[in-house]
Design a protein around this ligand. Structure first.
Ligand code: FS2
Ligand code: SF4
Length: 526
């Protein structure tokens, strides 16, 4: 196997041999490559035949999403997805695969990509991993019936490009185009989420778990949470968010359920420790799922494209009865149980989406003008297991008292239980939401630039981004597309960025790797 799509890739170069650091087996990696190869063939055929159909877009979005880190570990379901992709390619090409094997010739062998010239490989990887991340966002919007045909067609065109011989310049153009399309895609998901569940408002979320049966819901899919809230209504089963589901508490149409109680646990990489002996089931609606340990395996459920052999999967009919029955069987804690964040806090906050922050735009602008706020930091992105990620805790804990921290995605668990106080009534830490809510952070930055009549890069706003999986690649490309300069990226730079591509990013965007929190703060504030 060869895979280097995430930050924890072996030796910062690539996972090889029998399994990846994430627990993905070689056979699964092979099937994921085969799936991408088959999606390229489907894309080429669709473009060739000038076919644009929602059915094909859906297959491509689901297929790409399935190959993201910590989503699917299941060879059986992957094979079914590949078969379905091939069936559709055959259908639109007018060939019957049983009689005519030549269709497979269109399929792209990913080994060619892994062996390609390192700069071309680097750009194609940025494109492929970027559209994988974007596919997750398109998927969440799609389940709420929000689609953008331009974004959808871009998946097809970008996949075709990955399978073609292309020049460095053309690939570079498409790489930045991923950022542009991902901005549209995140905007679509923002619209889907807010029109379906209302505009998030700030809320304090307890880390206390009440006694009695409960279910923990992880991942990004708000629709799954909503359906589960409906199905548990009045059943004596409480619901707790986990990981990227935390921002759900801010949405009026979700928080109206009194049995949506609080948040359990911290970021994804702590799940093996936190789910051990958990007297409740956990539902994974998206990544990040880790191969479950035997001591809690019987209580992990998956849905949508998340899959792991042997776990109960909730199908598209969305009947959560097995999860609810498991919660009643396990019974929850005997007494109310207080949990704490990684810095010892007993609660966290969320719900500071662009709607909420911009409703206080006047106060924010006044605080900047009066000198009460001197700097904004966007400290966000994915969390992960590397010890170097303590940087983000240090950074926020040591940020000056006249600064505001905007945060998003699961990286916030490094510091979201810290009490940093307020500035003129505005909390110093504001959780904008999930990784896709980077769209909201961008809206805040653009509004501030407008209020101060300056360029975004002239604002006292610094970007301290942590990455782990492919959604972070998509978000990073969006920031580059917007022309954001001097992003600090960590904990390590992507293995798939070649020296020449890195040089381009440094020369044109001033991207740099994080150093130490103290050094970086000193440099930024100098
Ligand atoms: Fe964190 Fe994992 Fe949001 Fe990523 S929970 S690294 O999928 O997408 O973030
Ligand atoms: Fe390795 Fe990451 Fe690929 Fe898993 S997803 S095999 S950890 S590079």
């Amino acid at each position: 196997m060869f895979c280097f799509q995430c930050e924890q890739t072996a030796g910062c170069t690539g996972c090889e041999h029998s399994a990846g650091v994430c627990g993905k087996q070689a056979s699964t990696a092979q099937l994921q490559d085969e799936l991408v190869g088959a999606l390229i063939a489907l894309s080429k055929t669709a473009n060739d035949k000038k076919i644009k159909s929602q059915e094909i877009y859906k297959i491509i979005i689901e297929g790409l999403f399935t190959t993201i880190t910590n989503v699917s570990f299941n060879d059986e379901t992957l094979q079914l997805i590949i078969d379905n992709v091939r069936k559709h390619t055959d259908k639109i090409s007018g060939k019957n695969s049983k009689e005519n094997k030549s269709d497979r010739d269109l399929e792209y062998d990913m080994k060619n990509l892994w062996k390609e010239d390192e700069d071309l490989r680097s750009l194609k990887s940025l494109i492929l991993f970027g559209i994988k991340g974007m596919a997750a966002y398109a998927y969440h919007a799609m389940v709420l019936d929000y689609v953008d045909d331009e974004v959808n067609q871009f998946f097809v065109d970008a996949l075709e490009m990955v399978g073609n011989e292309e020049s460095f310049d053309d690939l570079l153009k498409t790489t930045l185009k991923v950022g542009e399309e991902n901005l549209k895609c995140m905007a679509l998901l923002d619209k889907a989420n807010t029109e379906s569940y209302g505009t998030p408002t700030p809320v304090t979320v307890t880390l206390n778990v009440e006694k009695g049966p409960f279910i923990v819901v992880s991942g990004h899919d708000l629709k799954d949470l909503k359906l589960l809230l409906e199905q548990t209504d009045g059943k004596g089963v409480n619901i707790y968010t986990h990981g990227e589901m935390l921002p759900a508490h801010g949405y009026p149409e979700l928080k109206k359920y009194p049995h949506l109680k609080g948040n359990f646990g911290t970021a994804w990489q702590n799940q093996k420790k936190e789910f051990k002996d958990l007297p409740a089931p956990v539902l994974f609606t998206t990544n990040c799922l880790m191969p479950p340990l035997d001591n809690y395996k019987d209580r992990v459920f998956t849905t949508e494209v998340v899959s792991f052999p042997g776990l109960i999967h909730i199908d598209d009919d969305k009947d959560f009865t097995p999860v609810i029955e498991k919660a009643l069987e396990l019974g929850g804690y005997k007494e109310d149980t207080q949990f704490y964040g990684i810095n010892g806090g007993d609660h966290v906050t969320t719900g500071f989406g662009h709607g909420a922050i911009l409703s206080h735009a006047g106060e924010v602008v006044d605080a900047v003008k009066s000198g009460a706020i001197k700097h904004f930091f966007l400290v966000g992105g994915c969390d992960g297991a590397k010890p170097g990620r303590n940087y983000y805790t240090d950074f926020v804990a040591n940020s000056p008292k006249d600064s505001i921290i905007l945060t998003l995605a699961c990286g916030k668990y490094r510091f979201n239980d810290l009490d940093l106080g307020t500035i003129n009534g505005l909390p110093r830490i504001m959780d904008v939401g999930q990784c896709n809510d980077a769209f909201g952070a961008v809206q805040v930055a653009l509004a501030l630039a407008k209020a101060f009549d300056c360029e975004v890069n002239d604002l006292p706003l610094s970007y301290i981004i942590s990455w782990y999986e492919q959604k972070a690649v998509a978000v990073l490309l969006t920031l580059l597309y917007l022309g954001i300069k001097n992003i600090k990226l960590g904990p390590t730079l992507p293995a798939f960025v070649s020296p020449n591509v890195l040089k381009f990013l440094v020369d044109n965007y001033g991207i740099s790797p994080i150093t130490t929190a103290q050094e970086d703060l000193k440099q930024i504030l100098a």
